[in-house]
Design a protein around this ligand. Structure first.
Ligand code: PEP
Ligand code: MN
Length: 647
């Protein structure tokens, strides 16, 4: 609890010391970027100096580039780390995080030097190893420097027929002209940096966010010829430094296999730089081990419906199943729009006991037939433990409504039913309590739990509830379970459902559940918040969902029209950006066309999933031609309208 001092001000908290993060190189290098993500960057001239500073305690962490996406293990820093670990008198070291830093290298020259005249290219050794294509093309000699920023400084100082490969930031800081961007042999290029700390620094990760993906990296240091052989079939990533010396990065999947193999190896030949495999990664909330376990995102799948881990879903349908015809009609409408599951209540929780309570199990049979007719799984609410078994016979997903979010008997019963469960958040339930309810479901045996934020009670009374995207995102960082949003019950008003859906989708909700009705004025429940089928179609087009209809040309053409408008907008934006590049390049006196950049654009489109090679090439060619025209470029022999180049 916070206490107030007598003068009414809050006592100041003791300042938390800033982590001193050492790196090899100088400001402007990629190591400096990695270090800045952990604390205050402190430069060291060599990897040996950096590791020594860590051992002495001059820095709290050393950022070592360990694996490069083009060339693999980065030998120099790994060798420095291995040397430090080989010293028996030295303090223990551990790897506490792995950070992926995007590497975009530019080829930069002093003003006025044409690429063809470059004789020497300066950069750090591991970087030069990533740029063979560039060096071969130029026929230039590689010259090693301490780091990429030093290369830019040297080229600026010495001049002559020298160029640097470095970050654009370093090139511009030293007054060089970046002639080509992103010149690594493979793109996108990234380096995985290890944050290495001393083992006795118990508060090393204080205040630092958990590494992306959760958990800590499991790194093993090995010495001995046999270890790589033993680990070769385990799925561990081996980083060889010298014969019989190296490291292994062990994913959670490979952990048990690695631990088994190591039993056959002498103890001193393998050291874990961090927790041993027996130390399981603790859940984010110890009291909720299943719901907050650190693991890859859960995917809930029912037939073609899938949500979580990048798969996104839209559940749509009426609030209540009113008749056999109504649910069949609406099933066709939601499938036509592009929804991936059909919702509908057959047991309705109503504030008034005199209001429509739902048609019960007979309506479930109507809904099942409707779902089957359009190939969509069905989602329906269970309100009491006694309903669960019967409903689970036909429903694909059991919904636990907001009012029952903390009905623990119901949660246990639903969790045992062998069906996926959609758990709405109660309107007075905290994120922690909501996750506790999910824990009940999981503890009862249900692995396929989906969470759903549906609006909480606040002081605001212009809407039915307040869609709590803060809570949804806070839950996102605590649980691996898919999280959906229900803008219909949050807003209680049709006019807000589409914009709220877009907000939740944009915020990264794994899916949405929305209410739809074709005659909302006469709906027996929640008519004012129901979208019309045409609103749902527009929403699906907006979100990029594919209409689920084989026979309506009109519907599919509607989706194409929306896609075309989006393409038009994107092409306009691309041309605007091309013009900006052209202006910057012509100011720097750089040639009009850039074959390397055009090749890169083509390569990018060639990698578009679902586009065949010829189509990708035609698309890239058209965009390049449009870009050149926008920049005022003319065919040879014609005067360029402005000094510019392909973008
Ligand atoms: C519903 O989905 O129809 C419903 C009653 O929702 P909630 O439990 O979120 O109010
Ligand atoms: Mn409703």
């Amino acid at each position: 609890m916070t206490t107030e001092t007598t003068n009414g001000t809050l006592p100041s908290e003791a300042p938390r010391p800033i982590l001193r993060a050492g790196y090899q190189g100088q400001p402007g290098s990629f190591g400096a970027r990695a270090a800045a993500r952990c604390g205050r960057p402190l430069p060291y001239a060599t990897f040996g100096d950096l590791v020594e500073a860590l051992r002495r305690g001059d820095v709290d962490a050393a950022l070592l580039p360990a694996v490069e996406s083009v060339t693999g293990p980065v030998l120099e820093p790994l060798a420095a780390l291995a040397a430090a670990l080989a010293d028996p008198g030295a303090p223990g070291l551990r790897v506490t995080a792995e950070l992926s830093v995007p590497i975009r290298l530019v080829f930069a020259v002093p003003h006025g030097l044409p690429a063809a005249d470059v004789e020497e290219v300066l950069s750090q050794a591991p970087v030069l190893r990533q740029c063979h294509l560039l060096l071969d093309r130029l026929g230039a000699r590689p010259v090693e420097t301490a780091d990429t920023a030093a290369a830019a400084a040297e080229v600026a100082r010495l001049g002559g027929a020298r160029a640097a490969v470095c970050s654009e930031e370093a090139a511009l800081a030293h007054g060089l002209v970046p002639l080509e961007e992103d010149v690594s042999d493979a793109r996108p290029n990234a380096t995985r940096f290890w944050r290495v700390e001393r083992t006795e620094r118990t508060e090393a990760t204080d205040g630092a966010p958990p590494p992306a993906g959760g958990g800590f990296p499991r790194v093993l240091h090995y010495r001995g010829e046999r270890i790589p052989e033993l680990l070769s079939g385990t799925g561990a990533e081996l980083l060889r430094v010298a014969p019989g010396v190296g490291f292994a990065v062990v994913s959670p999947k490979a952990l048990q296999a690695v631990a088994r193999e190591l039993k056959a190896a002498p103890e001193e030949t393998a050291t874990w730089l961090g927790p041993r495999p027996e130390t399981a990664t603790p859940p984010r909330r110890p009291a909720l081990p299943k719901a907050t376990a650190v693991r890859e995102p859960s995917v809930v799948s029912v037939g073609r419906f899938a949500v979580g881990g990048g798969k996104r879903a839209l559940i749509a349908g009426p609030c209540a199943v009113e008749s056999e015809e109504q649910v069949m009609r609406l099933a066709h409408a939601v499938a036509r729009a592009g929804a991936t599951a059909l919702r509908g209540g057959v047991f309705k929780p109503r504030t008034s006991p005199y209001a429509f309570q739902g048609h019960g199990l007979v309506a479930l049979r109507w809904m099942k037939a409707a779902g089957d007719a359009v190939g969509l799984p069905i989602v329906t609410e269970v309100m009491a433990p006694a309903q669960v078994e019967k409903v689970a016979e036909l429903a694909d997903v059991l919904q636990i409504g907001a009012r029952n979010c903390q009905n623990y008997d119901l949660l246990r019963e639903a969790g045992r039913a062998g069906r996926a469960v959609l758990l709405k958040r109660g309107f007075g339930t905290t994120v922690e309590e909501w996750l506790s309810s999910a824990e009940y479901l999981m503890d009862a045996g249900c692995a396929d739990v989906m969470l759903c934020e549906r609006g909480i009670r606040t002081f605001e009374n212009s809407t039915r509830g307040t869609l709590d995207l803060c809570g949804l995102l806070a839950a996102r960082s605590l649980t691996h379970l898919p999280i959906l949003a229900d803008p219909s019950h949050a807003a209680g008003r049709r006019d807000l459902v589409v914009p709220l859906s877009r907000a939740a989708w944009g915020a990264g909700a794994d899916g949405l559940i929305v209410e739809v009705h074709d005659t909302p004025e006469s709906a027996s429940c929640d008519g004012p918040q129901a979208l019309l089928p045409e609103d749902l179609e527009a929403l699906c087009d907006d979100l990029g969902l594919v209409p689920r209809t084989a026979d309506s040309v009109e519907r599919v053409r509607g989706a194409i029209d929306v896609t075309d408008r989006e393409i038009g907008r994107l092409v306009t934006r691309r041309l605007e950006l091309c013009r900006m590049v052209a202006e910057a390049k012509s100011a720097a006196g750089v040639p009009i066309r850039d074959a390397a950049r055009e090749a890169l654009v083509k390569e990018r489109f060639a990698r578009t999933p679902g586009l065949d090679e010829a189509a990708a090439a035609r698309l890239a060619d058209s965009l390049i031609a449009l870009g050149l025209a926008a920049e005022g470029w003319r065919e040879e022999g014609e005067e360029p309208a402005a000094g510019c180049r392909a973008s």
